[in-house]
Design a protein around this ligand. Sequence first.
Ligand code: ZN
Length: 412
Amino acid sequence: MNKQHIIDRFVKYVTVDTESDPNNPAFPSTEKQWNLARILEKELKEIGMEDVELDENCYLMATLPSNLDYEVPTIGFVAHIDTSPDFTGKDVKPQIHENYDGKDILLNKEENIVLSPDYFEDLLQYKGQTIITTDGTTLLGADDKAGVTEIVSAMEFLIQNPEIKHGKIRICFTPDEEVGKGAHLFDVEKFGAEWAYTMDGSQIGELEYENFNAAGATVTIEGKIVHPGYAKGKLINSMLIASEFINALPEDEVPERTTGYEGFFHLHHMEGKVEQTKLHYIIRDHDMDQFNNRKKAMLDLAEVLNAKQGKKLISVEIKDQYFNMKEKVVPVMHIVDIAEEVMKDMGITPLIKPIRGGTDGSQLSYKGLPCPNIFAGGHNFHGRYEYVPVESIIKATEVIVGIAQKVAVKFQ
Ligand SMILES: [Zn+2]
């Protein structure tokens, strides 16, 4: 792999602003995502990919045909082209720090913005490597343009090295992942892969096939307003009942007190007046039974408090958001094993851990395309301290090549 070529490619992608917009129901949510999609469409044709097709929803798919004389499963690789609306992705000015010395990296002199290993210890594992950072005023967009870079570079490498044997490979770049819609209009049938990998994880070695089951709950509490001077026995303060509801949920089962496989109830915003209060929760759990128990616990609590009031003041509306892909991946566990073996063969320690969130891969898995997530190499996503070691981008590219090779051998 040519390091400078990979750096140039990554820089080309991150300097195209592709921020998505959670408040725009259009698809894609921002027109500017087309700019990168069109650049990639052209580039995929140039490197020799086949069936390059950018559809009307801004999904870009392409094929690398098999060079085998026997049949193996078609596999896919997926990355997203948009960047997070959490922080600006306009005028990204990537800074390249060669041979990182393990000390503070000054991102921005005027504003004195420093990326320090004192705070971000992970930096120290990349001593001696080439680190790409922001200039402190934008995000970098390694999430997920590192993933895009890796997929394009791996396809180019396989095309240029036809002695490496592989089956048919499909690739797809999606819009709007950061606003939760990346899988919505993904045409799984047209993609036609037996399984795929999103290249959208963080640090080198990450391999993920478990994510949260997720639901949103809105708790509505009705009150009754009466002049406070004449309110005895009449006024019902919905905010005080709301606080009872809040306090009755387990106090340790909140995001700030949980990790690993521990689930939670998270009150993320509320609005209240005497007459009506609304509590907006998200519910998260890796385990499906525990997840259902959490939903039931909220409904039961409403019943208990309603009984105490002697009337139905509290109603709870729960909507499922996404589910743990584990259910869809475990029956085809070899797809994880293949990625794990490839990493081990390369001397990378696989970091297999549950995602405390969701991925496009979970939605794709439920649409019939089992889709674990592999590291793309970046750190500190969605903010000014985002960075990526070039060596990790190269390793991820090699993992893609390695998976293609391993599938050809395993299914011989
Ligand atoms: Zn991402």
